[in-house]
Design a protein around this ligand. Sequence first.
Ligand code: SF4
Length: 155
Amino acid sequence: MQPMNEIPFEVALGERVEDMLDACTRCGKCVEVCPSVKPAGIADTRPEDIIGGILDLVRTGDGGEASRKWAASCMLSGECIKACDYGVNPRFLLAMARLGIARADNALPERRRQGVERFRDVSRDVTMLSRLQLDAEAGDGRTQPLLRHLAAARR
Ligand code: SF4
């Protein structure tokens, strides 16, 4: 059984990430020393912008293309860790950025699926209401109370 004072892993991880996000000054030194920047083809992007995008990716899963490329191209050299004067572990932030990207990429198909389902529901309702309306116009007296009930339910 888990001791009462033990912090769950997700909470501890979240706190560590928050601490690093707060501590990072976006100076860009970690990007400047990283050996994977050039092979990734992002050497023309300002280091400050690249690390800024990494922080955005960690927070929201959304960030600049160069930052995405940097996160994907990490070769674990550890040079970034040595370069940081603020106790941040940029390599860890890159791993968190990759996690943010994966979460955002997984969430998109799910949002699309929900949108399609909502559209289908609305289409079904419209079809049913149209049919009832036609029945009512054709003089089916039993349909009118049902139509009124449906209209009231939608308000
Ligand atoms: S992680 Fe460190 S070296 Fe990199 S931008 Fe932030 S403060 Fe600068």
